[in-house]
Design a protein around this ligand. Structure first.
Ligand code: CMC
Length: 428
C-alpha cells in the first residue's frame, strides 16, 4: 500500500506522506502543507485531526478498545490500584514492588498543603463550584512551590507533589465548605483510603475504612486515568506548548474538564436522573423524546461520545462496579433503576441506534460516587483527580518531544474586507 496520498490542486500534484501507528492507524502528515501548497485544513472540533504522535493510550472507538501503555483497561480495573496505574501512565511501564513502594512513600511525603493555603478556601463565596476552587488552587501551588528547574529529579518531585496534593486540596475544600475541621492525610493509609478518610472522618463519627469502598474508588480513578487527546488533555498540551509551568497547564485542563459535554457530564447525569424521578415520576420516555427533538437543546447526558461508536468499555466496567458496590453496601438507589430503564429504552430506539449513541463513562459513575457519599457538586473534581496522571503523562510526553512546537492553529477568515476607520461623529 502506498505511504503517500496525492493532492491535486490548481493543476499541480502534491505528495503527502502517510504515517502509520503501531495499531495500524493511518494519518496524512500535513505539516508541510501550507508551505508547499498555500492551503490549510479546516476541521471544526478537530474530529479528523491528529494533534500528536503518542505512545500513552490507545483507543478504538468502533471496537470499544481502551489500553494504557498497551494494557487493556479491563485488566487494570480488575488487578491494579490507582497509584500503580498512575506510575504506568507516567513512566511507561508497570512498577516493580520496590518502585511502587518508593512511589507511595513519595506521595505520602508530599501530601500536606501549606497552611497558608487554607485561608484561600475561606475567601471563596459559599456557593462556589469546587471545580473553580480546584483550578485556582492548583495554579496557586506554583506560588507556594516555585523552585522549578528542569532536571529530571525536579520534574519528578513536581509531578509527585501535584498528584499527592490534589486529593488533599479536594478533601480540604469539601471540609471547609461544610464548616468542618480539616482532616490531615495519614501516612499509614493508601492513596484512595487516605482521600476517603480526609473527606469523611470527623471527631463525632470516626471514619471506618471500608475495603469495598476503597476498591470502588480505585476502579473509578483507574477508569478515568487517561483518554488520549480529549478536550481537557488537548488543553493541557496546548497550554503547556507555550512552556508554562505544569501547575498552570493542569489548572487549564481542570477548567476544560468542567464543561457538561466533557467531565461535567457526571454531575449533569445525576441532575437529569433526579429530574426524571421528581418531575416525571420516574418516566423516562419524555426525556428520550426530548433528546430526539432537534428543536430542543436537551441531550441525554451520559450518552454519546466523539470517539466511541459502540458501548464505551469504561461504562461497562462502571455499570458492573455500580451494581457491586450498591449490593455490598446494601444501598438501594432509585436513580440506578431509572438509569437502567433509560438505557434500555434508548438502546432500542432507532434515533440512538442510527446515531451510534451508547452510555459513556459518566452514565453510571455518579451513582457509584453517590454510594461512596461524595456530594454531587464534587463529581467532576473526582474525575479531575482521576485524570491527573493522564494529563501529566501527556504533558511530559509533549515537553520531551523533539518535534514539539507552540500550538497555534490557523483559521479561514470570513469577516469584512478592508474598510476605513470612521470617526465617531460621522457614524450613523
Ligand atoms: N443525546 C441526543 N443526541 C445526541 C447526543 C445525546 N447525548 N449526543 C449526540 N447526539 C446527536 C447530535 O444531536 C447529532 O445529531 P444530528 O447528526 O442528527 O444533528 C449527532 O448525535 C452527533 O452529535 P455531535 O454533537 O456532533 O457529536 P460529538 O462527537 O461532537 O459529541 C458529545 C460528543 C459527547 C459531546 C455528545 O455525544 C454529547 O453531548 N453527549 C452528552 C454529554 C456527555 O455525556 N458527555 C460526556 C462524554 S464522555 C466523558 C468525557 O470523555 O468527557
Amino acid at each position: 500500500m502506498s505511504d503517500h496520498v496525492k493532492l491535486i490542486y490548481d493543476g499541480k500534484t502534491y505528495e503527502l506522506p502517510v504515517i502509520t501507528g503501531s495499531e495500524g492507524e493511518k494519518g496524512i502528515d500535513i505539516s508541510a502543507l501550507r508551505q508547499t501548497t498555500g492551503l490549510i485544513t479546516l476541521d471544526p472540533g478537530f474530529a479528523n485531526t491528529g494533534s500528536c504522535v503518542s505512545t500513552i493510550t490507545f483507543m478504538n472507538g468502533e471496537k470499544g478498545i481502551l489500553r494504557y501503555r498497551g494494557i487493556p483497561v479491563e485488566q487494570l480495573a480488575e488487578y491494579s490500584i490507582f497509584t500503580e496505574t498512575t506510575y504506568l501512565l507516567i513512566n511507561g511501564v508497570l512498577p516493580t514492588r520496590k518502585q511502587l513502594n518508593q512511589f507511595s512513600i513519595l506521595l505520602n511525603d508530599n501530601s500536606l498543603i501549606h497552611e497558608d493555603m487554607q485561608s484561600f478556601f475561606q475567601s471563596f463565596p459559599r456557593a462556589s463550584h469546587p471545580m473553580g476552587i480546584l483550578s485556582s488552587m492548583v495554579t496557586a501551588l506554583r506560588s507556594f512551590y516555585p523552585e522549578i528547574k528542569i532536571t529530571e529529579e525536579e520534574i519528578n518531585l513536581m509531578v509527585t507533589r501535584l498528584l499527592s496534593k490534589i486529593r488533599t486540596l479536594a478533601a480540604m475544600s469539601y471540609k471547609i465548605s461544610r464548616g468542618h475541621k480539616v482532616v490531615y492525610p495519614r501516612p499509614d493509609l493508601s492513596y484512595c483510603a487516605n482521600f476517603l478518610n480526609m473527606m469523611f472522618d470527623n471527631p463525632v463519627k470516626p471514619y471506618q475504612i471500608d475495603e469495598d469502598q476503597v476498591r470502588a474508588l480505585n476502579i473509578f480513578w483507574i477508569l478515568h486515568a487517561d483518554h488520549e487527546q480529549n478536550c481537557s488533555t488537548s488543553t493541557v498540551r496546548m497550554v503547556g506548548s507555550g512552556r508554562v509551568n505544569l501547575y498552570a497547564a493542569i489548572s487549564a485542563g481542570i477548567a476544560a474538564l468542567w464543561g457538561p459535554l466533557h467531565g461535567g457530564a457526571n454531575q449533569a447525569v445525576i441532575e437529569m436522573l433526579t429530574k426524571i424521578k421528581e418531575e416525571d415520576s420516574g418516566n423516562v420516555a419524555k426525556s428520550v423524546e426530548r433528546a430526539k427533538d432537534k428543536n430542543d437543546p436537551f441531550r441525554l447526558m451520559g450518552f454519546g461520545h466523539r470517539v466511541y461508536k459502540t458501548y464505551d468499555p469504561r461504562a461497562k466496567i462502571m455499570k458492573k462496579t455500580c451494581d457491586g458496590v450498591l449490593e455490598k453496601l446494601k444501598i438501594s438507589d432509585p436513580l440506578l433503576d431509572i438509569a437502567k430503564e433509560l438505557e434500555e429504552v434508548a438502546l432500542k430506539d432507532n434515533y440512538f441506534i442510527d446515531h451510534n449513541l451508547y452510555p459513556n463513562i459518566d452514565f453510571y459513575s455518579g451513582i457509584v460516587l453517590r454510594a461512596l457519599g461524595i456530594p454531587t457538586n464534587m463529581f467532576t473534581v473526582m474525575f479531575a483527580i482521576g485524570r491527573l496522571p493522564g494529563w501529566i503523562a501527556q504533558w511530559k510526553e509533549s515537553v520531551d518531544d523533539p518535534n514539539w512546537r507552540l500550538s497555534r492553529p490557523r483559521q479561514i477568515y470570513a469577516g469584512p474586507a478592508p474598510i476605513d476607520y470612521v470617526p465617531i461623529e460621522d457614524r450613523i
